[in-house]
Design a protein around this ligand. Structure first.
Ligand code: AMP
Length: 217
């Protein structure tokens, strides 16, 4: 199964991707995480991507496509893969289709997570991330057991620079303009597209995702 998780920033793609991967054993390819790792490591890609990410803009297609191409070559042949945060533009989607064709693969399923802008803004402004293990919390909806510290490894949590209120609106605008049209793109493809309302808590949404996919439970 090759699956794309599509949806606006803050809708819960990361959380749902982790829960789904735990339930199925599928791998996750998360372009935001790959870019943040490159940035922290100070690689040329990370340095180039930094200014776009901080402003809440998309990193140029050619950089992302090359990064995903490299990542695809490391995946084991038989495994299922959840793509989170990619593709985000039509150019990325067509390049992706060609890459997969060369590997004899195709996108089987697209899960579109949906929520109102108000809910998204609330989720993003409360989001806190662990720089060490990548776990994600929310100060209101899913707080860590000890204030400001990761439950998994005790590392102090941080508020992503692009999760601050002034950048969030730009990220939502970029999503509506560049990424939302991909829903129609995949509606017109062979992939099965499931729309999953994602206003509720993580477990409720995960049940709906699994029900739609017919996996787990
Ligand atoms: P995310 O963690 O998915 O919200 O991604 C954080 C930031 O990384 C985005 O706001 C973009 O600047 C950049 N990014 C992640 N994935 C992509 C992509 N597929 N295309 C362009 N930029 C991306």
């Amino acid at each position: 199964m090759y699956l794309i998780l599509l949806g606006p920033p803050g809708v819960g793609k990361g959380t749902q991707g982790v829960l789904l991967a735990d339930a199925t054993g599928w791998e996750r390819v998360v372009t935001g995480d790959l870019l943040r790792t490159a940035k922290d490591a100070g690689t040329p890609l990370g340095t180039q991507a930094q200014q776009y990410m901080t402003a809440g803009n998309l990193v140029p297609d050619h950089l992302i496509i090359k990064m995903v191409e490299e990542k695809l070559s490391t995946l084991s042949a038989g495994t299922g893969v959840i793509f989170d945060g990619f593709p985000r533009t039509e150019a990325q989607a067509s390049a992706f289709a060609m890459m997969l064709e060369a590997l004899g693969r195709t996108i089987d399923t697209v899960v579109v997570l949906e929520a109102d802008d108000e809910v998204l803004s609330e989720r993003i402004s409360g989001r806190r991330s662990c720089p060490s293990c990548g776990a994600v919390y929310n100060t209101v909806l899913a707080p860590p057991k000890k204030d400001g510290l990761c439950d998994v490894d005790g590392t102090p949590l941080f508020h992503r620079a692009d999760d601050h209120a002034d950048t969030v609106q730009n990220r939502l605008n970029v999503y509506r303009r560049e990424t939302e049209p991909l829903i129609e793109y995949y509606d017109g493809s062979k992939a099965v597209v499931h729309r999953v309302p994602s206003q509720e808590g993580p477990d409720e949404v995960q049940s709906k995702v699994r029900e739609a996919l017919g996996v787990g439970e």
